[in-house]
Design a protein around this ligand. Structure first.
Ligand SMILES: [Zn+2]
Length: 251
């Protein structure tokens, strides 16, 4: 704080009060603990895929005050995205990474957002710096690349996927749990139908897991797969074991 300069001091106090007010409704959670908000403000999260999952994951992370977001997607916004990717209502034809970064900055001007308009297959990222990564992709081919990079760099990865009214979430911690290669089939899927609220429900659980990772509050889906189905509101969880022949996590 620049002492001796009354105007600067007042500005600084105003900034602190605004920050306290912005997060005042989430700080009371026991999960946040002492200094939890500060931890979030200093955290670096990677979001790969900015469709139905990533657009919502990024919005909640920004609103919660996760201080540094890197958002990766090489797609442009199409009208068929808008049933679930509503942050792009005024961004048809724009690169998703750029449009999403603008939206997240509007949600919370106190955070930094770095857009990367490349596919995960051909981008070089400073993997070591991320505290958590979110798999918001729509195909397993790209997921395998993300899984391998995260595992090698020791970055916890919160995976999610949606198919019609169903979805899944799984948290992989390098050297502790199984990884995505252990459980997901290889290959690329065709365009899958997505019920907007299913993407919203799954993305919300994904954020809840990721924030627990950042706060070091044991995420309930560590090494466990949650399956949800909005057609009957069923939730099922099962343990995921390492595959003995997994080339990524089985050493
Ligand atoms: Zn594995």
């Amino acid at each position: 704080m620049p002492l001796g300069n009354r105007e600067c001091e007042e500005d600084w106090l105003k900034k602190i009060r605004t920050r306290q007010l912005r997060y005042s409704r989430q700080i009371p959670f026991a999960m946040m603990g002492d200094g939890g908000q500060q931890t979030l403000l200093e955290s670096k999260a990677l979001i790969v895929g900015l469709g139905g999952l990533g657009s919502i994951v990024g919005s909640y992370l920004a609103a919660a005050g996760v201080g540094h977001l890197t958002v990766v997607d090489d797609d442009v916004v199409e009208v068929s995205n808008l049933n679930r990717q509503f942050i792009y209502g005024d961004a048809l034809g724009r690169l998703k990474a750029e449009a999403a970064a603008d939206f997240f900055r509007r949600v919370n001007p106190q955070i930094s957002v770095e857009p990367v308009s490349r596919s995960i297959q051909d981008v070089d990222l400073p993997w070591d710096m991320f505290d958590v990564a979110f798999d918001c992709l729509d195909n397993n081919e790209s997921r395998m690349v993300l899984n391998e990079r995260c595992y090698e760099a020791g970055v916890p990865l919160v995976h999610a996927g949606v198919d019609a009214m169903q979805g899944q979430v799984f948290t992989s911690i390098p050297n502790v749990t199984a990884c995505l290669r252990c459980i997901l089939p290889k290959g690329r899927q065709d365009r899958i139908p997505v019920f907007g609220p299913a993407a919203g429900a799954v993305a919300s659980i994904q954020v809840s897991e990721g924030i627990r990772v950042l706060l070091e509050r044991f995420p309930p889906l560590t090494g466990k797969m949650l399956l949800i189905d909005l057609s009957d509101y069923s939730f099922q969880t099962f343990e995921v074991r390492r595959a003995e022949d997994c080339p990524v996590c089985h050493h």
